[in-house]
Ligand binder design. Sequence first.
Ligand code: XLS
Ligand code: MG
Length: 344
Amino acid sequence: MAQTYKFCFGPWNISEGTDPYGPPTRPPQTFDWKIAAMKKLGFDAMMFHDDDVVPDIDTKSPAQIRRESKEVKKKLADAGLVAEMVAPRLWFSPNTIDGAYTSNDAAQRQYAIDRSLRCIDIAKILGTDLIVLWLAREGTYLRESKNGRRSIELLVAAFDKLLGADKKTRLAIEPKPNEPMDHAYLPTIGHALAVAQLTCDAKRVGCVIESAHAILAGLDPADEIDFATSFGKLWSLHLNDQNGLKFDQDKPFGSANLRVAFNQVRALERNQYGRDGQFVCFDVHPFRGTKPEHWLGHLENSRRTFLRLVEKSRTFNETRAQALIADRDYQALDQLALDHLLGR
Ligand code: XLS
Ligand code: MG
């Protein structure tokens, strides 16, 4: 039976265009508007940061956090949507300037753990067991500032706390090699899955691949997909695109390199990604110049490109490809892939 896919995005993917060099170019939209947009586009699930669910979370009591989470859960249910995951936004607070779980300051490390525990509470109310950890500030600007070995121990100790707090929670590490840090401690899927083995319950620690993050690490996201699925650990996926080694661009899926996108879809197909209920999430942003009336194009287009590449993957002449592989005629194999993508 051919695999069908379920689609997801996050409220931050309807972004306003701010970049380090300029202010917003589009007015902010309410959460209700974003839910309506998601329904209109026919997506299935929303992914969240903890403070997308409970804004200004650090100023709120546990009771308030519970109440606001329940309100969001109701809005989702009314719209026929589910929550895919919740991620603690550990990179915004004044407490995490020097890192979160790996801060040199014990009080700030505790803040990061406490905040992550609240994130688990929110996820439970929203009905998901998946916590995504993008470890934005777990790294250094200068290597002398932290002990790398100690940092790995601190990460494992933090993950153990979260695993111990709730027996159903699964942690999915989202690696990225750099930005905002010079170097991050868990830059690739290999690092994420290796560190999982050091935790108290390795089977509840998996990963999320983001295409742009893999490309920034100089890797082919398709290989990362094959690697993670070999361990049964690809629990979510952030598809997007990235034009070379520069700032994280979060372009629409396939927009910079259609062939790399094609090979990601082929990897998902051969590994039957989604068979266990995983979602295809588009962690994409509109171009800064996008007008408000074209605001959802990057999401609609990413899904459209994805579905066309599923078709392309299913109609690829595999018999011909296998014959060319057997003959080691890689020039012809190369052209077979290009002609297929070009529509011949
Ligand atoms: C940023 C990350 C972020 C995560 C969730 O680069 O992709 O959006 O997906 O924290
Ligand atoms: Mg992401």
